[in-house]
Design a protein around this ligand. Structure first.
Ligand code: MN3
Length: 207
């Protein structure tokens, strides 16, 4: 079973000005494609991994060769990331249930955004920042290094991701250079709250 690159669910320039078209094109067509290609090559060279789904590989990442862990994570994280965003006009708002949960667990939407920004700017080097639903049903913010994610057996804080932002420089450097905090601020304009709310509902239902 070969893994394949999912198309962007919108045009490369659809997230302007928060994320520029050139960044989106290189990020999707080059970086994500490279994770997919490297993952396929690594799985081909490890017959014991044949037939495992992306979700299965991610769940047991800590038992796998680093090349599989890193590229399965890269493929999962980026597939999730494209769906986490939408053009400004379609970005919407958190559902009623998600808004209640954010206010319960962070105080307010603004306080949540501030805590998410702090986790993103605090991630040293490359990685991701996430909003997850924990086993107790509570929302939490967590950050992972490299291409790890909260579904992995190796994650310090585990949970079901419902929103995530890419803290690798390749995600923002062309437009924002060293200003990761500005990227995090601008990114809220293109968060697909409909998708995030649907993920929250699914995760809450599965508890
Ligand atoms: Mn990336």
């Amino acid at each position: 079973m070969a893994f394949s690159l999912p198309p962007l669910p919108y045009a490369a320039d659809a997230l302007e000005p928060a994320i520029d078209a050139q960044t989106m094109t290189i990020h999707h067509d080059k970086h994500h494609q490279a994770y997919v290609d490297t993952l396929n090559k690594a799985v081909n060279e490890n017959p014991a991994l044949a037939g495992q789904s992306l979700e299965q590989l991610v769940a047991r990442a800590g038992t796998l060769p680093p090349v599989v862990r890193n590229n399965a994570g890269g493929h999962w994280n980026h597939s999730f990331f494209w769906q986490t965003m939408a053009p400004l006009a379609q970005a919407g708002q958190p559902s009623g249930a998600l808004k209640v949960a954010i206010e319960r667990d962070f105080g307010s939407l603004d306080k949540f955004k501030a805590a998410f920004k702090a986790a993103g700017t605090g991630r040293f080097g490359s990685g991701w920042v996430w909003l997850i639903v924990g086993k107790d049903g509570k929302l939490a913010i967590t950050s992972t290094p490299n291409q790890d994610n909260p579904l992995m057996d190796v994650a310090d804080v585990k949970g079901v991701p419902i929103l995530g932002n890419d803290m690798w420089e390749h995600a923002y450097y062309l437009k924002y250079q060293n200003r990761r905090a500005d990227y995090l601020d601008g990114w809220w304009q293109v968060v697909n709250w409909k998708a995030v709310s649907d993920r929250y509902a699914a995760a809450a239902k599965a508890l």
